[in-house]
Design a protein around this ligand. Structure first.
Ligand SMILES: [Zn+2]
Length: 125
């Protein structure tokens, strides 16, 4: 996986209060929840996904959404792909697109936190 993608995943997790450091057999990992479905996701402490965690663009790139952290969340591959197939083909002012985008923006804001001081983070992407 590209270094920039790992760094984005790591910073999304660091600024998402659903993500915590947990001890597993292979060492410390980051455990949190998919922004859509709430299913558990895991990353290594360098951001490499253990389960199929992907970067979710809350406002889709197809609708002008950017790569700033506030527009990014972590979603399981199934949710992210499903949303892309269902919504990216619609217009940005489609009511379903607007409702889903607002819901995800709200959820990202609700989970937003300062990065924990004891996480060893690379520079902010
Ligand atoms: Zn999901």
């Amino acid at each position: 996986m590209k270094e920039l993608t790992r760094r984005r995943l790591l910073w999304c997790a660091a600024t998402d209060r659903s993500f915590v450091r947990v001890e597993r057999a292979e060492g410390v990992v980051l455990e949190g929840k998919c922004l859509h479905c709430g299913r558990k996701l895991w990353l290594r402490t360098d951001g490499e996904p253990i389960s199929r965690a992907t970067i979710e663009h809350i406002v889709p790139r197809a609708h002008g959404g950017g790569d700033e952290l506030e527009n990014l969340g972590i979603a399981c591959a199934r949710c992210n792909h499903g949303k892309g197939v269902r919504l990216d083909v619609r217009r940005a002012d489609d009511p379903t697109v607007m409702r889903v985008t607002e819901m995800l923006e709200q959820r990202r804001r609700d989970r937003l936190r300062e990065p924990p001081a004891d996480w060893d983070l690379p520079p902010r992407p």
